[in-house]
Design a protein. Structure first.
Length: 306
């Protein structure tokens, strides 16, 4: 989106509420992204937000999702444009391009640029970013969100000359040795399977993160491994982070995890992929809360055909 706006002659700054995994650092423009962390950068970002004419809010449907950036963005005089595919969009923007049936925000950005008659402006670096967004949000084109339209958009991006295999390798085959060892450890030592609830989960402590020199994004995707077990309907990873105990939920078929995330863990997300957190109660109490709610969902978990 930034690449497109720059080509249209605008001055653009990309601001992210928190740092993102290193496996995305190859993206064009990465060096100019401002992370909203630390006093100096927050101050700089606040001035930019205050001065902006337009703020594009990409890939989130409620301002609470951008944490400390919420208030500066809410109060900014800029025209706000939301481009997103998450459920229950909050009414904070003047313009919405929102479709909860879209597999990813990048799919929507591609379509928007085409609708504006500017498809020819999408160059290879922009196409790589768009493809990365679509590929990751569809789990490499396997989640139920992968519609024929997703494949059509991906095909059009390939036709631009994007090396999609390279994009895939940069994201999925760029693990550090520590990350791979961490994954091996978590799978062999931390996986708990509850066949009676068709649920599998991992609990990761702060010490374990430290032991494997865990970087931002190192736990990303780990939860999906638990869904590889035959018959498992819900998978969860609970990670003790300094700021909160973070949870990632995944599920299959009609079993919805976003409702669990929002009802019990201050979170939300999609039907089959959601996240949440607890603060102030610690890892053990978070796990207990999760285990205590399982009986409520037992019938629904057992009813799913896998
Ligand atoms: P992940 O498990 O990959 O962090 O997140 C999966 C999905 O859940 C993403 O679409 C993400 O936007 C959403 N999600 C993650 N954490 C939260 C949260 O705390 N609140 C809400 N509303 N959604 C979340």
């Amino acid at each position: 989106m930034a690449g497109y706006l720059k080509k249209k002659g605008h001055q653009v700054t990309v601001i992210t509420p928190s740092d993102y995994p290193q496996f995305l650092n190859w993206m064009n423009g990465n060096g100019e992204v401002l992370t909203y962390e630390g006093q100096r950068r927050q101050k700089k970002a606040n001035l930019l937000i205050e001065d902006a004419d337009v703020i594009f809010c990409l890939d989130f449907s409620a301002l609470g999702r951008i944490q400390d950036m919420e208030n500066p963005v809410r109060e900014a005089k800029a025209v706000k444009v939301m481009i997103d595919h998450h459920l229950n969009p909050e009414d904070f923007a003047q313009f919405f391009y929102h479709d909860s049936n879209a597999a990813s925000t990048c799919e929507l950005i591609f379509k928007l640029i085409c609708l504006l008659g500017d498809k020819s402006m999408i160059d290879i670096p922009m196409g790589e970013c768009l493809y990365a967004g679509i590929m990751t949000d569809t789990g490499s084109f396997r989640h139920p969100s992968t519609t024929p339209e997703v494949h059509r958009v991906a095909a059009e991006i390939m036709e631009l000359g994007v090396n999609t295999n390279l994009v895939h390798r940069r994201i999925y085959d760029s693990s550090s040795t520590n990350r791979l060892k961490f994954l091996g450890y978590v799978l062999s030592e931390k996986l708990v399977v509850l066949p009676e609830y068709r649920t599998a989960y991992f609990v990761v402590t702060e010490e374990e993160l430290k032991k494997f020199h865990s970087q931002t994004g190192d736990t990303e995707g780990v939860v999906n491994y638990a869904l590889q077990i035959q018959g498992i309907v819900m998978a969860v990873i609970i990670v003790d982070r300094p700021e909160a105990v973070k949870m990632s939920f995944r599920s299959v078929e009609e079993f919805a995890v976003n409702t669990i995330a929002s009802k019990y863990f201050n979170g939300g997300g999609h039907k089959n992929a959601a996240g949440g957190k607890t603060t102030g109660i610690g890892l053990e109490a978070t796990l207990k809360r999760f285990l205590d709610i399982l009986p409520e969902y037992k019938e629904a978990l057992l009813a799913v055909t896998t």
